[in-house]
Design a protein around this ligand. Structure first.
Ligand code: CO
Length: 439
């Protein structure tokens, strides 16, 4: 890349600050793709591939972008795919979220995904997400909202009332996390809603919403040598940022390159726009059909069989305060490069073959890599890797850059690792089919 690792880290922080929710993340990805000359294709329309660079959005929170390869027979050498996810653990407002208790006006919330909820206490939070409105004529429409200047908080309890908080510190997800929005109930809240969202004369009614609490604190570069990035939602917006940057830089690619950014990974991926749904398969089938002018299942299977996928999600660095939680013979260091994740039970999709391909990409990029496996007596996490492998039937490698404090409201990873992974992704996209010869 023609920019420094520090510049690239600062761009990641801008990307994340613009993406408080998956809807905003997709809007920011779309903005960057539009700027780079990509064309949007709508799922509801007949496709025409004018130019080589396109993208498709589903559900407002998942996006697939691709650059057609330079080969004469469309997609002949297979797809080169990088997958990542747009969602992160967060607190979501309940459908009827407003209530009053003890003179405080509060919002009911429920957890989305496996966050470390105690890290959400005593922070300055705002609300962002999507609201659906209806006009008097019945028209229903959706809008992204971001209420930066309406700050809420979840004050923790005084230590005098919970002397054992430093030993226990459990959080009840029903009673401990509703934020306080104001003192006493606000008159005519419907009116306030309208003014906040659409101005005082808005001629529409908010019918429903997907609204989330978000941290107001902006990302920073930290560490005495400026080696760390600290911001929320690194998992997995850092991988989205790496994949997006690599695709935008891949102007001339021999193979067709695809970046697939999914919502709902943190809750199991089972949704229309999640990795468990048919989104990617639908897009790839239509891509081959549109590029070739005809769809033959046989040809499509042939293309798939030559394809390769990198599932990119953040990895756990070995924490110096918690060495006993890590497999000590597979120490992972922040700053020592991308991590390839292994699990015998296939919670990660990495295989002997796919890891060899990724090691080679690192070697070609001049990037060192690390190998992760969890302690055998600890339950292993998972990613979209095995889901993508199952949906598509193609080889997948699970990788990511190392980080501390995964699923905290504020996470931490390394400046150099983020830069290194983008380099590896660029190398992946710049090459033809990844061949492995059976001897
Ligand atoms: Co993740």
């Amino acid at each position: 890349m023609d920019i420094s690792s520090n510049d690239f880290a600062r761009d990641l922080i801008r990307f994340i600050d613009a993406s408080p929710t998956p809807f905003h993340a997709v809007r920011e990805v779309k903005r960057r793709l539009d700027e780079a000359g990509f064309h949007e294709l709508k799922e509801s329309e007949r496709w025409a591939l004018d130019g080589k660079k396109h993208y498709v959005i589903r559900g407002g929170s998942s996006l697939i972008a691709f650059v057609l390869g330079s080969e004469t027979q469309p997609c002949h050498s297979g797809f080169k795919i990088i997958g990542a996810h747009t969602d992160s653990p967060t607190l979501k407002l309940k459908p009827r979220y407003r209530y009053e208790q003890s003179g405080c006006f509060q919002f009911g919330v429920e957890p989305y995904g496996g966050g470390i909820w105690r890290t959400w206490l005593d922070r300055d939070l705002f609300i962002a997400g999507r609201v659906v409105t209806q006009k008097p004529d019945g028209t229903i429409s959706s809008h992204l909202v971001r209420l930066d200047d309406m700050i809420l908080s979840i004050p923790g309890q005084a230590i005098h009332l919970q002397r054992d908080v430093n030993e226990k510190g459990e959080i009840n997800s029903q009673t401990d996390i509703p934020p306080i929005a104001a003192l006493e109930n606000i008159e005519n809240l419907e009116q306030l809603n309208k003014m906040l969202l659409f101005g005082p004369t808005a001629n529409r009614r908010v019918t429903s919403s997907s609204l989330f609490l978000c941290d107001t604190q902006k990302g920073i570069i930290s560490g005495i040598n400026g080696e760390f990035i600290r911001v929320g939602r690194l998992d997995d917006l850092a991988s989205c940022h790496q994949a997006l940057a690599a695709l935008i830089r891949s102007e001339k690619t021999p193979s067709t390159c695809v970046v697939s950014l999914y919502d709902n990974e943190e809750v199991g991926s089972e949704s229309a726009q999640g990795a468990g749904g048919p989104f990617l398969l639908n897009v790839l089938e239509r891509l081959v059909e549109t590029a070739a002018g005809v769809f033959r299942k046989n040809d499509f299977q042939r293309v798939l069989s030559k394809s390769f996928c990198i599932s990119a999600d953040m990895a756990h660095a070995t924490h110096p305060n918690h060495m006993d939680k890590h497999e000590i013979r597979h120490t992972i260091r922040v700053g020592s490069g991308p991590v390839i994740k292994w699990n015998a039970d296939q919670h990660y999709a990495t295989s002997d073959i796919t890891s060899a391909v990724f090691y080679n990409l690192c070697r070609l990029s001049g990037v060192k890599y690390q190998v992760f496996v969890s302690r055998s007596d600890l339950r292993c996490g998972s990613t979209i890797g095995p889901i993508m492998a199952t949906r598509l039937g193609i080889p997948v490698v699970d990788v990511g850059i190392p980080m501390f404090a995964m699923h905290s409201i504020r996470e931490q990873c390394g400046v150099e690792d983020h830069f290194a992974m983008e380099k590896v992704f660029e190398t992946f996209f710049s090459r033809g089919q990844e061949k492995v010869i059976e001897e």
